[in-house]
Design a protein around this ligand. Sequence first.
Ligand code: GDP
Length: 332
Amino acid sequence: MRAPRWSAEEFATRLRNPHDRVALGRAVTLAESTLAPDRALAADIVAALGPPPRPAVRVGLTGVPGVGKSTLIEALGRHLLDSVESRRIAVLAVDPSSTRTGGSILGDKTRMATLSTHPRAFVRPSPAGGALGGVAHRTREVAQLCEAVGFDVLLIETVGVGQSEIAVRGLTDCFLLLLLAGAGDELQGIKKGIMEMADVLAVTKTDGANAPRARRAAREAANALHLLRPPEGGWLPPVLTCSATDGTGIAELWAKVEQFLAHQQANGQFQLQRQQQQLTALRELVRQELEARFYARPEVAAAVAELETAVSQGALSAGGAAARLLGLRGVN
Ligand code: GDP
């Protein structure tokens, strides 16, 4: 049976009650829907809720599969919930490879046993399917909704495989890169580009026999970082060590994130970055929509396959084909 369709006002009234998980789940489903009327309702809900009751912070987390993201989010999340009694946290994800049925990050809620059942926490896997841009956009909408509802900290996880980091960087205030001690050269190569985007870095699994290796890896990463980038706006990204299993360094890690956020607030970058992110998202959405409308035109749809074949066979230049497509009658 289909759920009754609440109005934006009805949603807002329910969502002001932090215990109404049903309303929250439904509103989030609307925000990440691929259907335009659903997304419009989600936007109306955000508008009906008004400005967030408290300013929220968005922290992105990345690292190669197996680095310990889920386990750290559980440990960090517990620390966040325990250290401030009224604090609410949401855990979201951007994973373009995810499907609802599994295989995705955050799919394994057993690593987030506390967070997935805690009354002040909300854990949501990545919106399923589609291109990265679309998935990231839907997570942005969900983030906005979570802020309007009153979540204070949003942790946004992504897989450490390249483009998705850039997408998550574009919707967070602080970007946290997790490193694995003893990762091979290939892995270090992947990290390099991402290291340049990180605000705070941490070597995970600094416990037991692995602890000395992890500390050495942190020193090496700090040295590499010195060479890689000069401190921007007075902030040199620190490289910490932590263990999600024994809790070492978790409070210190969050303290560093807060220190970075305070630094950003003090020099005006926090607001500026958010504004720029919103403008980039706006332009990107318009671009995507125009492109979709363009390709949906019957004249374009009829010509595109033939022109693409001609380009791939070298019979026509890419520029020539683009000019023909854009010049089709009915398009202008
Ligand atoms: P993800 O793929 O990055 O989300 O990594 P997971 O959180 O799933 O962790 C991968 C593996 O590393 C699991 O077997 C965890 O139990 C283990 N692990 C995660 N954090 C730690 C840690 O702090 N110390 C140790 N020793 N193992 C950890």
